[in-house]
Design a protein around this ligand. Structure first.
Ligand code: DC
Length: 209
């Protein structure tokens, strides 16, 4: 069984995808991490994330980079969003994602274009979303917990910029697949959002009688 979970930044899609994977005993791939690794490697190479050639050269990042804590930072998230607009970068990362999805038994992948481009044939597709203001507050709260200095206004502006870039890029823009189930988590807490996501996937994969 292949489950695709897409959605904007800080929507809760990663938490939900991990919980679905645990519930169904499936491996999980956070595809944003691949773009984050490319963004980070571009910087380590002294390259420009807005240059397609520099970003493409960073696609052969060492696998150990995926464990680097710096990949989770806001700075790297911004770099990831910038390198992800380049068609050559998306093409370079495509096979890795498809191979992961089609392993025996299936998998859960989360990202922006999983249900539309990477595995349009997925058995269940969720599009997880939430109001931008709610997402900014959640992200701000996480940063405060980690003692990461931040201003709510800056986090809001950063989320708005990421949304704008992810939704309006020419290739594989962020959008819900026509057959995706939209899950708005604006008024749900973490546990309720997870329970609802599992219920929706179960309903989608249970054959109707
Ligand atoms: O989910 P995330 O915040 O870790 O993703 C970081 C960036 O990577 C995001 O702003 C856009 C890009 N991305 C993408 O273009 N396609 C994906 N499948 C996953 C992430």
């Amino acid at each position: 069984m292949i489950v695709a979970v897409d959605g904007p930044t800080a929507s809760g899609k990663g938490t939900i995808a991990r919980a679905i994977a645990r519930h169904f005993g499936l491996p999980h791939l956070d595809t944003g991490l691949l773009y984050r690794a490319v963004g980070h490697q571009t910087r380590l190479n002294g390259g420009d994330p807005d240059s397609e050639a520099d970003a493409l050269a960073a696609c052969d990042f060492p696998l150990a980079l995926l464990d680097e804590p710096e990949l989770r930072s806001e700075l790297t998230g911004g770099l990831a969003s910038r390198v992800s607009v380049h068609p050559a970068v998306r093409q370079e990362l495509l096979d890795r994602q498809r191979t992961f999805a089609h392993q025996p038994g299936g998998a859960v992948l989360d990202g922006r274009d999983i249900g539309t481009v990477i595995v349009p044939e997925a058995d269940a597709k969720l599009f997880v979303t939430a109001d931008a203001a709610v997402r900014a507050r959640r992200r701000f709260g996480e940063m405060q917990e980690r003692d990461y200095p931040a201003e709510l206004k800056e986090v809001e502006a950063d989320i708005a910029a990421r949304d704008e870039r992810d939704r309006n890029r020419a290739q594989a823009p962020l959008r819900a697949a026509d057959d995706a189930i939209v899950l708005d988590t604006s008024s749900l807490d973490r546990d309720d959002a997870i329970a609802e996501a599992i219920r929706l996937v179960e309903r989608r994969i249970t054959p109707r009688r």
